[in-house]
Design a protein around this ligand. Sequence first.
Ligand code: NIG
Ligand code: FE
Length: 421
Amino acid sequence: LLVHSARQIVQVVSDGTLVKCGSAMKSVDILQDTNGTGYSILVDRSGNIADIGTDAEVRARNPDLEADTVMDATGKCIIPGLVDAHTHPVWAGDRVHEFAMKLAGATYMDVHKAGGGIHFTVEHTRNASADELFSSFKSRLEFMRRAGTTLVECKSGYGLDLNTEMKMLKVIERGRDLDIGISSTYCGAHAVPKNKTSEEATADILTKQIPELERLMADQALHVDNIDVFCERGVFDVQQTRRILEAGKTLGLNINFHGDELHPTGSAEMGADIGALAISHLEEISDAGIVAMATSGSVGVVLPTTAYILRLRPPPVRKMLEQSMAIALGSDFNPNAYCMAMPMVMHLACVILHMSMPEALNAATINAAHALGVSQKQGSLEVGKLGNMVVLNTDKWENLIYKFGCYNEVIDYVVYKGKIV
Ligand code: NIG
Ligand code: FE
């Protein structure tokens, strides 16, 4: 029996399997119910996990407990809420025609140079109102949440001018009122606008956009967490990227950028050098880049949907893991890679990137939270962390990854800060 209530103390009772993501990538901590007593998670009224253990332990430790809501998860698994470490969720315009072009053999850069790709989306996003953008953004967040995501990184980057970039960041800011965690990223350097050179675009970002961002953040109108640049041959080069990222760092933003995707550019080496918290893509990372990131502790955010859709050589994840690089996963949801479901991303990570299922789950929870600088509060089921979890209709959590595209069948419900959402 499931008692659904918006009241705040929530106890999830499970006599199935409790998956707890620890720091060791290769394994997940499983509290396995063998004697039929079941496990419980207690979430307090602030939305934090107050206790975890067998039902008996939790009751013994909280003798006066009268939970506002008790949810019966008998026979089910509980995993931490999934974390999507890389998305572009605010935009207008439909690019399905480009999918057809790519299937017929056009590369990502062929489409981009022909004025499509990011440029197509920029034109539509500039013309859309903030309310229109918020409406589709909200639906996308709700879809992601139904697929188990409780924290999502959200980038700007389809404005490429001061007004539209700030409009996008304000739309992302409105997402903070919804029942899903948001990590907001300024990505004004996502492409070079059609009327500018990359040097002119860099100057515009450094002298106009970042100062305005600083002002809006000081006024508390925006709470931006990260700064991103598309570091790529023919977009922003390594030196321009470094200047933009360092300017963001002085505002207190985490450095988290696109690098070494289509060509080896030395993005990983540069990012490690300036203390990047995370670098995404990395299909073309060099061996020296892997060592540099492992040494600096920068997280590699790998995006299997991109390699899959663009038929790229996938990032060398096995090599990265052998060198002890931290790996996280993101959906890269955007008009090129239209996928919002982290269970599908984990499946692709296993099949295409040769990750094991525990590695994929760690990469889509605790390590993704670390890539966003919030692993002390999110990404695993531990006392003191947010009560974000996914309750699965199965006694084996791996079904969430195995049943490709069938996550609706596997997910019973999603809990955000102790509330069913
Ligand atoms: O992460 N590589 C750059 N940015 C996106 C694609 C954005 C787009 O095509 O609209 C990515 O794949
Ligand atoms: Fe991206």
